[in-house]
Design a protein around this ligand. Structure first.
Ligand code: ASP
Length: 585
C-alpha cells in the first residue's frame, strides 16, 4: 500500500497512529540535530521529522519534488502552525523510501513562483502542482458538477455530439481535418454544436445539455483560446422567458452553492437598445453608475462646428474628478484617441467645488447652457463631465470604453461584487460596409422577432436592418458569459434568413440543406443558450484570465508550448491525406 492517508488529512485525534504518507518533497529544513520534511500532495502538506542521525543522513539526500514515502507515527507538534490544516501534528519518521527522484525544477513550486509565464507554460505539469492553479481546477470541477446536478434535476439529458462535422457558421474560421478515407474532403471541428443540438430538438429530446469543447480559429485577442468549453443547452416548446427563467435558475444555483451569494430578486433584463444608450456596450458593467447621457438636443445647432456636424453628442459624469489637471485631461484625451477607443477628442465640463462651471467649450456656450448640460448629467459639485460627439453608434461605443476606463481608474470594479443581468432584443442583423452584406448578429439560426416578420420578408435592406431578434446574453460584470436565442423552426423562415444573409439557394442547400430538410419533418419550436465555461470559472474565481482555469491552454500564438503543437507531420501522413504544403519560409 503506497499510503494510508493523504497529506491533508491527519489531525490531533490521529496522534499515536502509525501511518504511511506518499507525496512530493516541498521543503527540507535542518535545525540542530533535527530534519524536517514538508510532504505535499493534492490535499495538503504534512510535516515529517526525525532526530535520528542515520535518518538525518537519508533526509539530506532528498531534493525538492522527489516523490517519497514516509512511514511513521503521528504525534502532537510542540510548535503548532495554525495556518496549516495539519499544523497540530507531525510524523516521526520511522522509514523513508524514495519512490522517484526529481531533477531540480525550473521554477519553485510555491504559491508565488519565480518562474516567468513562458517557462511555467512549458512545464505546465509542474505549474499545476502550485496551489493557485490547483485550486482553480478544483473550482472548475465543482462548477461542472453543480451544472450537471442542476440540469439533471430539471430533466436535461447530457448528449454528446460529434467533433468531426460539416462547417458551422458561428462567425469565426473553422479548424479543418482532412479525411483520409474521403480524399480531398475535410471535416470541420465544431465552433459550437449549434446545428446538432437543434437536430436533437427535432429528434424529440426536449431538454439537452453538454459541457463541450468548441473550436474557433480566431486571432487570439487577449485571453481567448482556440479550443474552449461551453455549457451548451437547448430546450423545446419554449419562448424566450422560459429559457431565461430556467438559466437564471442555473446561475442563481451556481452563485449560491459556489460563492454563497444569494440573489432573491430576478435578474435585470435590459434591452440591447438601452444597454447601448446608457452604457455604450452590449455587456454593461453594472457594478458602478456613470451612465451615458445624450445632450445632442442641448448642444447641437448652437454654432459650435464640431457638434453641429455630429449626429450625437453625449458623455459621462465622473464623480469627484473636477480637480483633474490640464495634464491629466490631456493624457485622457490622448487615451480616447487611441484606435481601440476611436474618439476624435474629448470635451470636459467641470463643476467645481464652489459650484462654478469650467469647460473646454465655454467660449462657444453660455454658462446657462452648460449648467443645463450639467443638470442633465445630475452632476454634483466636484464632478467632471467628459463628452464626445460624432456618429451615434460609434460614439456610444467610445464613451462606453471610456466609462469602463474611468471605472478602473476609480476602483469601482470590485472583482468580488457580482452584478448579473440579461441583455435582450439584439438586432437580428448587422450590416458590414466592407463586404456590403448583412451578417447575423448572433447566428443564422436565430429567429426574427414575431412583431418584425413583415420587415423580415420585405426584401428591403433598410427594413431588414430594423428587424430585432429573440436573442439574449447573460452578462456578468461587463463580460458576456452566455448567449443564445429562440431559433427558427420553420423551413420557410430559415430559407429567407439565408437569402437575407446573401447565400444563393444552391449555396444554402449545399451547406445547410440537411437542417432545412429536418425542419420539414415536424420541428418543434425551440431555443437555447451556451455559456462560456472557462470565463464563467475565471469570474467565479475572481480572476481575469481564462488560461489559468484550463489545465493545458495554448499561448497567444495558438501554440501548446509543452508538446510544441502545432507541428509538421511526416511525408507519409501527408501523402495518405492527399496533402501538399505550399507554405515556404
Ligand atoms: N451556439 C451559440 C454560440 O456558440 C450559442 C447558442 O445560440 O446557443 O454562441
Amino acid at each position: 500500500m503506497y499510503r494510508t492517508h493523504t497529506c491533508g488529512e491527519l489531525r490531533l485525534a490521529d496522534a499515536g497512529r502509525t501511518v504511511t504518507l506518499a507525496g512530493w518533497v516541498q521543503r527540507i529544513r535542518k535545525m540542530g540535530g533535527m530534519s524536517f520534511i514538508d510532504v505535499r500532495d493534492r490535499y495538503g502538506i504534512t510535516q515529517a521529522v526525525t532526530d535520528d542521525p542515520e535518518m538525518n543522513a537519508e533526509v539530506a539526500k532528498l531534493g525538492r519534488e522527489f516523490v517519497i514515502q514516509v512511514i511513521g507515527t503521528v504525534r502532537e507538534r510542540e510548535s503548532k502552525n495554525p495556518k496549516m490544516d495539519t499544523g497540530d501534528i507531525e510524523i516521526r519518521i520511522e522509514k523513508l523510501n524514495v519512490i522517484n527522484p526529481s531533477v531540480t525544477p525550473p521554477f519553485t513550486i510555491e504559491d508565488v513562483s519565480d518562474g516567468g509565464d513562458d517557462l511555467r507554460m512549458k512545464y505546465r505539469y509542474l505549474d499545476l502542482r502550485r496551489n493557485p492553479l490547483k485550486n482553480n481546477l478544483i473550482l472548475r470541477h465543482r462548477m461542472a458538477q453543480e451544472v450537471r446536478r442542476y440540469l439533471d434535476a430539471h430533466d436535461f439529458l447530457e448528449i454528446e455530439t460529434p467533433f468531426l462535422i460539416r462547417s458551422t457558421p458561428e462567425g469565426a474560421r473553422d479548424f479543418v481535418v482532412p479525411s483520409r478515407m474521403n480524399p480531398g474532403e475535410f471535416y470541420a471541428l465544431p465552433q459550437s454544436p449549434q446545428q446538432q443540438k437543434q437536430l436533437l430538438m427535432v429528434a424529440g429530446f426536449d431538454r439537452y445539455f453538454q459541457i463541450v469543447k468548441c473550436f474557433r480559429d480566431e486571432d487570439l485577442r487577449a485571453d481567448r483560446q482556440p479550443e474552449f468549453t461551453q455549457i451548451d443547452c437547448e430546450m423545446s416548446f419554449v419562448e424566450r422567458d422560459d429559457v431565461l427563467d430556467m438559466f437564471e435558475g442555473l446561475m442563481k444555483h451556481m452563485f449560491e452553492v459556489i460563492l454563497n451569494e444569494k440573489f432573491e430578486e430576478p435578474f435585470l433584463r435590459m434591452s440591447w437598445n438601452d444597454a447601448m444608450k446608457f452604457y455604450g456596450s452590449d455587456k454593461p458593467d453594472m457594478r458602478f453608475g456613470m451612465l451615458l447621457r445624450d445632450v445632442t438636443d442641448l448642444l447641437k445647432g448652437k454654432g459650435f462646428g464640431v457638434f453641429d456636424s455630429s449626429e450625437y453628442v453625449g458623455g459621462i459624469c465622473v464623480p469627484g474628478c473636477a480637480g483633474y489637471s490640464r495634464k491629466q485631461l490631456d493624457e485622457l484625451t490622448d487615451w480616447v484617441k487611441r484606435p481601440q477607443v476611436g474618439a476624435k477628442g474629448l470635451i470636459y465640463i467641470k463643476v467645481e467645488e464652489d459650484g462654478n462651471i469650467k469647460s473646454s467649450i465655454d467660449k462657444y456656450f453660455s454658462p446657462e447652457i452648460l449648467r443645463e448640460v450639467a443638470g442633465r448629467f445630475e452632476a454634483d459639485k466636484g464632478d467632471l463631465i467628459l463628452m464626445m460627439s460624432g456618429i451615434r453608434a460609434k460614439t456610444l461605443v467610445s464613451l462606453g470604453t471610456l466609462r469602463i476606463e474611468m471605472g478602473n481608474r476609480l476602483n469601482l470594479r470590485d472583482p468580488h461584487k457580482y452584478c448579473p443581468l440579461w441583455v435582450v432584443d439584439f438586432p437580428l442583423l448587422e450590416w458590414d460596409d466592407e463586404t456590403q452584406r448583412f451578417y447575423a448578429t448572433h447566428h443564422p439560426f436565430t429567429a426574427p422577432s414575431q412583431k418584425d416578420m413583415e420587415k423580415f420578408f420585405s426584401n428591403d435592406k433598410e427594413q431588414e436592418a430594423e428587424v430585432s431578434s429573440d436573442s439574449y446574453d447573460f452578462v456578468l460584470n461587463g463580460t458576456e458569459v452566455g448567449g443564445g436565442s429562440i431559433r427558427i423552426h420553420d423551413a420557410r423562415i430559415q430559407e429567407q434568413m439565408f437569402k437575407v444573409l446573401g447565400f444563393s439557394r444552391e449555396d444554402a442547400d449545399y451547406r445547410f440543406g440537411f437542417l432545412i430538410n429536418a425542419f420539414k419533418y415536424g420541428a418543434p419550436p425551440h431555443g437555447g443558450i451556451a455559456f462560456g465555461f472557462d470565463r464563467f470559472c475565471a469570474l467565479f474565481g475572481g480572476q481575469d484570465t481564462i488560461r489559468d482555469f484550463i489545465a493545458f491552454p495554448k499561448n497567444n500564438m495558438g501554440r501548446d508550448t509543452m508538446d510544441d503543437a502545432p507541428a509538421k507531420i511526416d511525408d507519409v501522413q501527408m501523402k495518405e491525406l492527399y496533402l501538399k504544403s505550399t507554405y515556404e519560409k
